[in-house]
Design a protein around this ligand. Structure first.
Ligand code: PBG
Length: 320
């Protein structure tokens, strides 16, 4: 067979191409903060903003106009403590934001990031014992409380990003016991201890105050343990498996897709966005590189892509 590129124009190429992206594959991350009248550009994430609750009306309008149907909400609280209290409080920033967004538009699908690092004074995703080891039992209890409080506020899906062993099962049980059997869990299953999260940690104020996350996030030298992590998450009741970051981990996405009969999500993280955005804005890369990056992630096997490019995408997809 002759390759179709030899036979004609964009229309035929579009007809036969193997990989398509639509806005229904895309999830847009938003960052909510306490306060009023705040729409502050995040210095390390161009075109992404910290938004106070009163600015959400306009934001939701814009999101809908850009063709976005799915968002993932990250909270940046004013108060941090040892217990991460504002992560599970009904008056926490995410809980308030979810209620507000639902009241503005009930059709926008809301996923919430479930973690402790933004809410804990030490910036870690878990509780520690006196001797510095992870207190898994207490960590799981708090994380599950966070997920439940998000569901109560009206979240459509929860996405735990902490990487503690056993969190999916624990969370699933608590959600089910409280009548939230219908709320799916998207697990950050294969989450690597990555340098590409740098800009996000500035955005969320969640850089650890000591040590790193290498004892609970995965070593980027390894691929086999990704399968193990995903297998455990499935057994505990995860509905969607995520690989994070995305473009430097296409092999992991592909392996996940080939190994499991589950929807695979990939997170094109802050560092990937920052690199591409800067290069495109400075004329070093053509803007089509954005689409190429997302197609590569989709081609590797992702069904869902979380990306900060979501707002630019509708227009880009028309062009390329
Ligand atoms: C919280 C969390 C992180 C990201 C999503 N949820 C940061 C981290 O693990 O340090 C990163 C997202 C991004 O870089 O865009 N645990």
């Amino acid at each position: 067979m002759k390759p179709t590129r030899l036979r004609g124009n964009k229309l035929i190429r579009n007809l036969v191409n193997q990989t398509k992206i639509t806005m229904e594959d895309i999830v847009y991350p938003i960052f909510v903060v306490e306060g009023e009248n705040i729409k502050r550009e995040i210095p390390s994430l161009k075109n992404q903003y910290h938004l106070s609750l009163d600015m959400l009306d306009k934001e939701v309008e814009e999101i809908i106009a850009m063709g976005i149907q799915y968002i993932i909400v990250f909270g940046v609280p004013d108060v941090k403590d040892e217990e991460a209290s504002y992560a599970f409080s009904d008056e926490g920033i995410v809980q308030k934001a979810v209620r507000k967004i639902k009241s503005l538009n009930k059709d926008l699908y809301i996923i919430t990031d479930v973690c402790l690092c933004q809410y804990k004074s030490d910036g870690h995703c878990c509780k520690f014992n006196e001797n510095g080891t992870i207190n898994r039992i207490e960590s799981l209890e708090i994380l599950s409380k966070v997920a439940l409080s998000h569901a109560r506020a009206g979240a459509d899906m929860v996405a735990p990003s902490d990487m503690m062993d056993g969190r999916i099962g624990n969370m699933r049980n608590l959600l089910d016991e409280n009548g939230f059997e219908h709320i799916p869990i998207m697990s950050y299953s294969a989450k690597y201890a990555s340098n590409f999260y740098g800009p996000f940690r500035d955005a969320a104020g969640s850089a650890p105050s000591f040590g790193d996350r290498k004892s609970y996030q995965m070593d980027y030298r390894n691929s086999r343990e990704a399968v193990l992590e995903m297998d455990l998450d499935i057994k505990e009741g995860a509905d969607i498996l995520m690989v994070k970051p995305a473009m430097p981990y296409l092999d992991i996405i592909k392996m996940a897709k080939d190994t499991f009969d589950y929807p695979i999500a990939a997170y094109q993280v802050s560092g990937e966005y920052a690199m591409l955005k800067m290069a495109v804005d400075n004329g070093m890369l053509h803007e089509e590189a954005i689409i190429e990056s997302l197609i590569a992630i989709k081609r590797a096997g992702a069904d869902i892509i979380i990306t900060y490019f979501a707002k630019e995408l509708k227009e880009l997809l028309k062009k390329y």
